[in-house]
Design a protein around this ligand. Structure first.
Ligand code: C2O
Ligand code: CU
Length: 461
């Protein structure tokens, strides 16, 4: 018999975590620092292509695919990064509004974690939703070789689904022998970025997952690729968008060719077909031919609810900007010819192609450029973000979430987010409250763009 209780039990990881917290509470240990989740950065071998196992994969833990980290909203979470790579690394918790010291940016918010060193992260995620984690050092190599993991912050009051499927979408730059090829081509870094050769979801090509027939599935999608922008559609099942970048959308809408870029997340509610064996397919139609990403096969029982029966997701406690007092910060994304790239501990690609407000970011240097702006803690601001390049850029702000106010080229919904996918020649207004003190990075999440100049930072004091 399928009851709400059984459904809750079915989400095994979440269930176990919840029980642990309850026991800790009963014995009065809730205040004690939580046991850290050990994340050992290491090289491994994994089967990505049939041809041969891929050497020089980089990941955390023992499983190949980085673990999906799950944690409850509003509770302290600890992770210990231990570095078994032969180069420095860190972890950035993309989209989490946490203390600056825990943000994972070496040279700016924390020390480099060198080989055999470790770093203890401790934070309390304020928002529920789908997030992700990745290094912030030598990113094109470390992320390109595997270090991109999904992070789920759970809200106990979230509506109950029949099942949940997490999809970590990314490509690999592999040759026919299954081994890594050159991570980028300079001429592509100066355009849309260099694409991978093999596409995967959860490190598999076109994986198939079982999902209860007639069930409501929560599909948590994270685009963790270093380059690729997706245009997603669902074939064979109804799918509605319930959250973008970890935040519930103000009004749900059917998934119809939504574009999401590197760094972004999309939560869908999918209503599986009722008939046993029917298949729903997630496809990317950006580019010339539609490409299957993953599919869900209907099998087994469910409550057979309608998609409209799903309860609402609670809004995250992101402060609302006061537009009447907000100060404007102009941000212009452009190409540059001025080479600012310097040798640095976290590696340089050796080129500068991009700039924010005409300044190309040199990389992690002991003598960084000045912040874009110095913001007053607690005050409201509006980014006037303008893209004068002929390419699309997913612009990511660390430490704070903004609300999309308006765009020069399209109707926008007032989404709360940490990453905005700005189109060529678009101007957009993003409002936020500078409520988190520290130096916060702002950069394009196409990693070649990030590493060749399209990075800067804000200072909140
Ligand atoms: Cu996804 Cu600077 O980060
Ligand atoms: Cu970019």
């Amino acid at each position: 018999l399928l009851t709400r209780r059984n459904l809750l039990k079915a989400s095994a990881v979440a269930g176990a975590y919840g029980a642990g917290m309850a026991i800790a509470g009963r014995f009065g240990l809730a205040e004690a620092a939580p046991e850290p989740r050990i994340l050992t950065a290491r090289r491994t071998v994994a089967q990505i292509m049939d041809a041969a196992p891929t050497r020089d994969i980089m990941t955390w833990g023992d499983e190949g695919l980085p673990p999906v980290l799950r944690m409850p909203r509003g509770k302290a979470y600890a992770a210990r990064l231990t570095n078994s790579l032969d180069e420095p690394t860190t972890i950035h918790w993309h989209g989490l509004r946490i203390d600056n010291k825990m943000d994972g940016v070496p040279f700016m918010t924390q020390p480099y974690v060198y080989t055999n060193d470790s770093f203890d992260y401790l934070f309390t995620p304020p928002d529920a939703g789908t997030f992700w984690y990745h290094p912030h050092c030598n990113t094109l190599t470390q992320m390109g070789h595997g270090m991109t993991g999904v992070l789920v912050v759970e809200d106990p009051d979230d509506p109950v689904f029949d099942a949940e499927v997490v999809l970590n979408l990314r490509d690999w730059r592999l040759g026919g022998d299954g081994q890594f090829i050159a991570p980028f081509r300079p001429r592509d870094a100066a355009k849309a970025g260099t694409y991978g050769t093999i596409r995967t979801a959860n490190w598999h090509q076109e994986p198939k997952y079982d999902a209860p027939a007639g069930g409501l599935i929560r599909l948590r999608i994270a685009v963790t690729d270093v380059t690729r922008i997706f245009q997603l559609r669902m074939e064979g099942a109804d799918a509605i968008v319930i959250a973008i970048d970890g935040n519930p959308v103000p009004k749900r809408f059917p998934l119809d060719l939504l574009q999401i870029g590197p760094g972004q997340r999309l939560d869908l509610a999918v209503r599986m077909p009722d008939s046993e064996g029917a298949v729903a397919t997630l496809e990317d139609i950006r580019g010339t031919t539609p490409k299957v990403i993953a599919s869900l096969r209907a099998t087994g029982q469910s409550l057979k609810r309608n998609i409209g029966d799903l309860g609402a997701l609670a809004e995250n406690p992101v402060p609302k900007a006061d537009l009447s007092s907000a100060e404007t910060i102009p941000l212009v994304l452009s190409a540059t010819a001025e080479n600012a790239a310097v040798e640095s501990i976290c590696g340089t690609l050796g080129y500068s192609f991009w700039a924010i407000n005409k300044v190309p970011w040199p990389g992690d240097t002991p003598d960084p450029t000045a912040p874009l702006a110095e913001l007053k803690l607690g005050k409201s601001y509006v980014f006037n973000l303008e893209n004068v390049t002929p390419h699309t850029h997913p612009i990511h702000l660390h430490g704070m979430s903004f609300t999309v106010i308006s765009s020069s080229t399209r109707e926008v919904i007032p989404l709360v987010s940490d990453t905005y996918l700005i189109q060529p020649d678009e101007k957009v207004q993003l409002a936020f409250v500078a409520d988190n003190p520290g130096d916060w990075l702002l950069h394009c999440h196409i990693i070649e763009h990030q590493k060749t100049g399209m990075t800067s930072y804000l200072r909140v004091v």
